[in-house]
Design a protein around this ligand. Structure first.
Ligand code: ADP
Ligand code: TZD
Ligand code: MG
Length: 582
């Protein structure tokens, strides 16, 4: 039997009456793209799998990781390198929590990022009725980031994304949480209304001009200085005011000390660099200009033995965050504003009759520096087998000198501390490390972002312990065929590989790993290049080959297991028992 279907007459009106719809998925993609946010770092799953697919289909770059913490670290570094918020996308509860460490770390470091997290049904979560991956994510995120928002209605996506962007990048940058309940994605809206609801954020990080009297005060303090010093932090590197800062420092004639991620903003071999005379300048200086750096633990809070006699310093502090002033010590000249505007204003106020700092100060600083540089140069010329840190770093130092565009990622304890002082940087924002928290695990996420955001080759110098925190992301590096060369400083453990279990029991000491681990084989498992090296020459050859080829490479560099010291250079922060019983 056949049924005769009545043919509907074509009616032109029908088509026009049918509303064109859009939905939460598409509005979110449109809102991000409208604001020139085109890369997402994340891990797929309920409820954001289809969002990732559609984002890719709509021309966004969607990079999938093996664990959200590393996707989050990548987003944070993308934010640091570009000045736009990096995006991290996670699933609900556990995925969200995995990403949260990165969000908190980004906020601590003043890196702009947005953690976009799918979440479960609000009604069920709020009544605690046991939904799939149930968690009140917004409440948990709030204390750990700069701002946290939830979008409940598709027509609010435009304004929600705008708020998130502005919160992340304006003022002191930081992490923002954006909660996206599953139901939001499928909500439909009439397409033209949806388009109207989108917001392109105008001037997301407006200039914040310093008050003229604060500039005059700062110049007064500086003019009274006999032993001035400028400390440059990663906030200054983030601000991308490279030429202005260079001009200001050079015109002032004042020695500068870069914090680790500010290395290269002015080259480490600059005639005014005081890096290698750090102890002397901290102790002896009388006026210290803080440029996008905080007086936190990394600078012994601006007081104590490292800073010389109490009351011997006056600080000029330039920062966008007013509450940073007087956080640890009295600030004689607070200058609140964005770095670009502040440095510009200072430069103008210096006038044409600016006097160079007293020559006895300059020669004291530079003589000390030159002596220390000579000592270090001799040390890094060593060619020991097994390699110690200086032998291995001597090889890498030369490579970075010859390849200044290389992005350097660095984590570990000894591996970090020695690399920071041995490897000179000559370009801004080329060094990414453990930052304000001294956190292990930024390595592979940072390496991915550095490669993706800059297109430059990446050299990741990793302690064997540090590497372990994000090691599985080498699959991500291989999958996207990123030009990343990882060098593992393999000393069989945390700080060194020689600790023993004092009881003589079967378990090894808590700081040591499997001896002679073949990390390079992990890379081979993902069809990357793995190399095992035991000498300086082998290390040099392997790194140069990797950087020339652009192929994902992991070099297992065997370091003398006796070579490291406890906690690297921050052993003083590590409480140790003095009681004579185990
Ligand atoms: P470091 O670790 O290199 O010492 P910190 O992270 O401690 O640097 O300090 C960075 C500082 O820079 C923060 O206090 C932050 O508020 C500030 N900052 C970030 N961006 C800007 C900017 N554009 N203008 C002024 N200050 C900024
Ligand atoms: N966990 C996290 C997230 N961050 C940390 N900083 C630590 C633990 C403690 N920690 C350090 O501060 S350094 C370090 C750990 C575990 C590893 C040092 O060992 P390494 O480096 O192999 O990476 P060296 O070269 O052997 O010193
Ligand atoms: Mg180690």
């Amino acid at each position: 039997m056949s049924v005769e279907l009545e043919e509907r007459p074509a009616n032109a009106d029908d088509a026009s009456q049918e509303q064109e719809l859009t939905d939460g998925f598409h509005l979110l993609i449109d809102a991000l793209k409208l604001n020139d946010l085109n890369t997402i770092y994340g891990v797929p799953g309920i409820p954001i799998t289809d969002f990732g697919r559609l984002a890719q289909a709509n021309g966004m770059r969607v990079l999938s990781f093996r664990h959200e913490q590393h996707a989050g670290n990548a987003a944070a570094i993308a934010g640091y390198l570009t000045g736009k918020p990096g995006l991290c996308l996670t699933v609900s509860a556990p995925g969200f929590l995995n990403g949260l460490t990165a969000l908190a770390n980004a906020t601590t470091n003043c890196f702009p990022m947005i953690l976009l997290s799918g979440s479960s049904e609000r009604e069920i979560v709020d009544l605690q009725q046991g939904d799939y991956e149930e968690m009140d994510q917004l409440a948990i995120a709030k204390p750990l980031c700069k701002a946290a928002f939830r979008i409940l209605h598709a027509e609010d996506i435009g304004i929600g994304v705008a708020r998130a962007i502005r919160a992340a990048v304006s003022g002191r940058p930081g992490g923002v949480y954006l909660d996206l309940p599953a139901a939001l994605f499928g909500q439909t809206v009439e397409a033209s209304l949806g388009a109207q609801s989108l917001v392109k954020v105008v001037d997301p990080a407006p200039r914040q001009l310093p008050a003229p009297d604060s500039i005059a005060r700062a110049i007064d303090v500086l003019k009274g200085a006999k032993k001035p010093l400028i400390i440059i932090g990663k906030g200054a590197a983030y601000a991308q005011a490279d030429e202005l800062i260079k001009r200001f420092v050079e015109r002032s004639g004042i020695p500068f000390l870069p914090m680790s991620m500010a290395k290269g903003l002015l080259p480490d071999n600059h005639p005014q660099s005081a890096s290698a005379a750090r102890s002397l300048v901290l102790k002896e200086s009388d006026v210290v200009v803080m440029l996008g750096a905080r007086l936190n633990w990394l600078l012994s809070h601006g007081k104590g033995k490292a800073w010389g006699a109490p009351g011997s310093k006056k600080f000029v502090h330039i920062d966008i965050e007013p509450r940073e002033m007087d956080s640890n010590v009295e600030i004689a000249a607070p200058v609140v504003g964005d770095i670009t505007s502040c440095v510009e204003a200072l430069d103008n106020a210096m006038g044409n009759d600016w006097k160079q700092p007293p020559s006895d100060w300059l020669s004291a600083v530079y003589d000390k520096r030159d002596t220390n540089v000579a000592k270090l140069t001799q040390k890094v010329g060593s060619d020991l087998t097994p390699m110690d840190f200086h032998t291995a770093l001597g090889a890498l130092r030369q490579i970075i000198e010859e390849r200044p565009e290389t992005m350097l990622v660095n984590e570990g304890a000894n591996t970090l501390d020695f690399a920071r002082s041995v490897i000179n940087m000559s370009k801004p924002r080329k060094r990414i490390d453990v930052g304000t928290w001294g956190i292990m695990g930024i390595g592979m996420g940072a390496a991915v972002a550095a490669a993706v955001e800059t297109g430059n080759p990446v050299l990741a110098v990793e302690g064997d312990s540090a590497f372990g925190f994000s090691g599985m992301e080498i699959e991500t590096i291989c999958r996207y065929n990123l030009p990343v060369c990882i060098v593992i400083f393999n000393n069989n453990g945390i700080y060194r590989g020689t600790d023993v279990n004092p009881t003589g029991g079967e378990d090894v000491a808590p700081t040591v790993f499997v001896k002679d681990t073949r990390y390079e084989m992990m890379m081979e498992a993902f069809h990357g290049v793995g190399v095992y090296v035991t000498s300086r020459d082998e290390l040099s050859t392997a790194v140069n080959t990797a950087l020339d080829s652009g192929k994902p490479t992991l070099i297992n560099a065997i370091i003398d297991e006796n070579a490291g010291t406890e906690s690297g250079r921050i052993g003083n922060l590590n409480p140790q028992s003095v009681v004579k019983k185990t």
